[in-house]
Design a protein around this ligand. Structure first.
Ligand code: AMP
Ligand code: MG
Length: 829
């Protein structure tokens, strides 16, 4: 009760003592103090004096330096020197280091404690001795490395509690009072750094900041320009020894046992305290409303693993230290696996063929041109496949398709695959130059197109779907296997030109069959994504493999949300798959009745909270967040959005696919820690067409499955205890604008070709919800001319919305583009 009674500092003394006499000679004494009177260091000093007086009540205690001397000492510090030092330390902080960025309010902290074993403790001590550093430096180094790994940040800051007792104030060590201060410690645990260098660096930093430890934290926050610079705290409790449990017979008073309760209540979400001893004690205190005991245990596991890594005298690089022991890493890998489902040797058209056999009269396609049933679709695609073969198309060759959304296009892509060829979709809306550059890169045997499309690519051999030519009968049917390449889809390339990911039938079939394992049958679906992207394959084959009907809106309808909303009502569409942006636009069309929808799957980029709310207000359909790079066959994970926020949860991998969340040295990371997402399994692309260099960069040997590969997604992610994965952001510059994947370097290359070699392209969101591309061009570009040149070379979503003329591009001290220094464009840019 005493401990839970607050001090009223206006009326009470900041210390309370309760003496409980059990017998004449046996007593308990409870001393409760407010922090303002006594800090951790002061406590043993105070107890020493107290017990000295019990021993000899008349003795005079040695004189103690008055607190006023300390105040005078502080006041005499040259202000500008300290400020200069801290400006140096905290200059150009990239951002705060926050373990709980959304935390608000306060809440009681919970603690979890453990002790290292004697050997591990001794090893740490001898490592510190060998390097000439303190044990404290080792602890701080470990926490810095942990934060860096957890947040995926190279440059981290956390608070460290210092005694605040200046060494040059005589007698300061015997003073009782509140001296401690919290200082920001900034560390850069670069994975390439040798461990001893990092440790020595921490040690030096710690000694340096001690010289300026009296500056209040609020001043330091102002210097750094961040009110919340960090939200974790470390303390190394190296206090003077407490009262000895002495049994000297002559002493008037013997202390049998003492213990300390409560500890410090802090308002930081997480703090690590280390107490040296025969067995080093680590205590994690954390806000119970933000973290669970499981999380806390993981943190301590990681810190302990890191400490062991730091103590290891073999000269390793920081990057070689993992956060998990081997067994735990194994466990992490196994949680992030989809089910093992052996698949039959099938191709994509086989799936449609099977559906057609089951229900030949069912409607397959619905468009403004009319309807086509499954039997009709089979006949038409088989006939066109024979025409392609008759035109000389061989198994494994690439056949491009340049057709607008419509029955011909669906028939065409099935025909290309049925001819054993590799389907390469091109969007007729793309500028001529763009189409030409993809054709040049992929060099297809033939283009399947119509008269309009043929005019866009006049120099390539083509086959026209609008010709009424009877199919040759004699050509033997080709039957592609699961191992045959099925399609090649181009995405933006960071080397300045687009790259084509090449996928097999087997990979795509796994993606399509997995849809039926996770979602209800589409029944009536609608094709929205451009055929040039693999999301269209999810919709097309998701519908056609399950005997569902696929509605084909007219070309360009995706720019007319009201028309799409009416389409939902007219056809009783039950499944909707698109990017979040288009769904938002349709939801805001109040006119039509969207009640037929049962399932809405949004993918390609994060779902904003406001969209979840709009969805819940307007429809009752289940909402799913789907994830998948083109390089891993259409999709590889999804999660149902249950509450009011999608929280970037992308869920668990689909069958035969696996996530690996790894740190810079390819070690699996523990729960809650940000790592890069690697993807393995049967859905992986064969690689990039004709680009062995790029393929080798992104498709790496899977260190956990010899002989297998894994795809490096460039996405940052973390996983939760329940195995759900959360998307955190990008490890590189790749962007998404309206769901379109964009490498700014590709746009910069196009700007360079237009005569402006120095340019930077970024995405800005100066108004919430309005993300747009902005190009910063050195020189005096003619905006209209430049915009025109780009519109001829790039798809419209890659043409920047604004151009800003710059004298030079702002650089950070280490010579990289300083994105934060790029100004907001003016209205007319
Ligand atoms: P794409 O190859 O066009 O499908 O783009 C794949 C990339 O889009 C991924 O690597 C992610 O960066 C991003 N992405 C895809 N789905 C999601 C999602 N559900 N949430 C957040 N980002 C996503
Ligand atoms: Mg995708």
């Amino acid at each position: 009760a005493d401990q839970n009674t607050r001090f009223d500092l206006r009326n009470d003394p900041p210390i309370r003592v309760t003496l409980i006499s059990e017998t004449k000679n046996k007593h308990k004494i409870a001393i409760t103090t407010h922090h303002i009177a006594i800090d951790g260091w002061s406590l043993p000093v105070f107890l020493d004096e107290l017990f000295a007086l019990y021993d000899a009540p008349d003795a005079e205690l040695p004189r103690v330096t008055p607190y006023a001397d300390y105040i005078r000492w502080t006041a005499s510090r040259p202000d500008d020197k300290a400020q200069g030092f801290w400006r140096d330390q905290l200059g150009e902080v990239e951002g705060p280091t926050l373990i709980a960025p959304d935390a608000s309010g306060q809440s009681a902290s919970v603690t979890l404690s453990r002790q290292l074993d004697v050997t591990a403790t001794r090893e740490l001590e001898s490592r510190a001795r060998d390097l000439g550093i303190t044990l404290n430096a080792l602890i701080q180094s470990a926490w810095g490395l942990y934060l860096s790994r957890r947040g995926g940040q190279r440059d981290v800051i956390f608070g460290t509690t210092v005694s605040g007792r200046p060494a040059d104030l005589p007698g300061v060590e015997r003073m009782v009072g509140l001296f401690i201060n919290t200082l920001p410690l900034r560390l850069r645990p670069d994975p390439a750094l040798p461990v001893p260098d990092y440790l020595r660096h921490t040690h030096d930093r710690l000694s340096a900041i001690l010289e300026y430890q009296h500056v209040p934290l609020s001043t330091l926050q102002r210097i750094a320009g961040h009110e919340r610079l960090f939200d974790t705290l470390t303390v190394f409790e190296n206090y003077p020894a407490g009262p000895a449990d002495d049994d000297a017979a002559e002493a008037a008073l013997t202390v049998e046992r003492h213990s300390q309760h409560g500890g410090d209540a802090t308002h930081y979400p997480m703090g690590l305290a280390a107490v040296p001893g025969k067995r080093l004690r680590l205590t994690l205190s954390y806000r119970g409303d933000l973290f669970g005991a499981g999380d806390a245990g993981q943190v301590l596991d990681s810190v302990e693993t890191i400490l062991r890594g730091l103590a290891d005298p073999s000269d390793r690089k920081l990057g070689e230290i993992g956060l998990m022991e081997a067994a735990a890493a194994e466990g992490a890998l196994s949680v992030l696996r989809g089910a093992d489902h052996p698949r039959k040797d099938q191709s994509l058209p086989d799936l449609v063929c099977e559906a057609a056999r089951l229900a030949p009269d069912a409607t397959a396609l619905i468009s403004a041109e009319g309807r086509l049933d499954y039997a009709g679709l089979e006949r038409a695609s088989a006939a066109l496949a024979r025409r392609l073969a008759g035109a000389g198309v061989k198994r494994g060759q690439i056949v491009a398709m340049l057709l607008p959304r419509g029955i011909s296009a669906i028939t065409g892509l099935l025909a290309i695959m049925r001819a054993g060829a590799v389907y390469l979709p091109l969007d007729p809306d793309y500028p001529r130059d763009r189409i030409a550059s993809v054709l040049e890169d992929a060099d297809p045997a033939l283009i399947l197109t119509d008269r309009q499309g043929a005019a866009l690519a006049p120099d390539h051999p083509h086959l026209l779907t609008d010709d009424q030519v009877p199919a040759p009968i004699s050509v033997p049917p080709v039957h592609p296997d699961a191992a045959d390449p099925a399609y090649v889809i181009y995405t933006s390339g960071s080397t300045g030109r687009p790259k084509g990911a090449l996928l097999t039938h087997g990979a795509a079939v796994n993606a399509i069959l997995s849809r039926a394992e996770r979602y209800p049958a589409p029944e009536v679906s609608v094709l929205l994504p451009s055929l040039a992207f693999d999301a269209s394959l999810a919709v097309i084959f998701g519908a056609l493999a399950s005997g569902s009907a696929l509605v084909l809106p007219e070309p360009g309808a995706e720019k007319r949300p009201a028309e799409l909303a009416r389409l939902i009502e007219r056809h009783g569409i039950r499944e909707w798959i698109s990017g979040p942006g288009l769904w938002r636009a349709v939801l805001s069309e109040g006119e039509a009745d969207l009640g037929s929808l049962r399932l809405v799957v949004l993918g390609g980029e994060a779902i904003p909270d406001s969209l979840v709310a709009a969805h819940r207000q307007t429809v009752t359909a289940d909402l799913w967040n789907e994830y998948g790079p083109t390089e891993t066959a259409i999709w590889c994970a999804s999660a149902q959005v249950m509450g009011e926020r999608a929280q970037n949860v992308i869920g668990k991998p689909i069958a035969n696919m696996q996530f690996l969340i790894l740190d810079a040295s390819l070690h699996p990371v523990p729960i809650g820690v940000v790592g890069e997402l690697y993807i393995a399994g049967s859905g992986l692309a064969q690689g990039y067409l004709n680009r062995p260099d790029l393929t080798a960069e992104r498709f790496l040997a899977n260190p956990f499955a010899p002989g297998r590969r894994m795809y490096r997604s460039g996405d940052l992610a973390r996983w939760r205890e329940d195995g759900q994965v959360e998307f955190v952001g990008r490890a590189d510059q790749q962007l998404k604008i309206r769901g379109f994947r964009i490498e700014p370097a590709e746009i910069e290359a196009a700007i360079a070709r237009a005569g402006h070699p120095q340019a930077a392209v970024i995405a800005r969101e100066d108004r919430p919800g309005q993300k747009r591309l902005v190009a910063y061009v050195v020189g005096q570009p003619d905006r209209d001319a430049l915009r025109g040149a780009l519109a001829e070379a790039l798809p419209d979503y890659m043409v920047p919305a604004a151009f800003v003329a710059m004298e030079a591009l702002p650089l950070t001290p280490n010579g990289k583009l300083d994105r934060r220094a790029l100004p907001e464009p003016e209205a007319e840019a």
